[in-house]
Design a protein around this ligand. Sequence first.
Ligand code: CO
Length: 150
Amino acid sequence: MAIRNILQIGDPTLRKKSFEVTDFGPKTHELLDDMKQTLIKADGCGLAAPQVGVLRRIFIVWVDDNYFECINPKIISEKGSQRGEEGCLSVKGKHGIVTRPNKVIVSAQDRFGKPFTVKASGLMARAFCHENDHLDGIIYVDKVEELQEN
Ligand code: CO
């Protein structure tokens, strides 16, 4: 396992659309393991593959004790709305208020290609939406009310 470099805003890779994953073998597992280690070191609550320079539809989220690896994710349901603080490991030293759905249902595949569905609310729902946006080249600063320095 290795810690990967997290790209910072301004890097064109962060603005590209990621590709569907068809490989559920060792290379993808290594990427996921590296992303997990990278997320732990950075003390964040989510990381998407394009943030480490890999344009594949993969993200991980870790909120409280809940950890998910989502491959080819789709947000299949959104309900309500929440306003709250958000930051991003690719936008160091800044934060801001973003409005997101309060509840989401996400369908995805795990590292072995097995489909699963997860319901989330509050901070976890926010994390899913934020990370899913990265797969389409969207960064929270596109949606923030006002970007502030930490
Ligand atoms: Co982010």
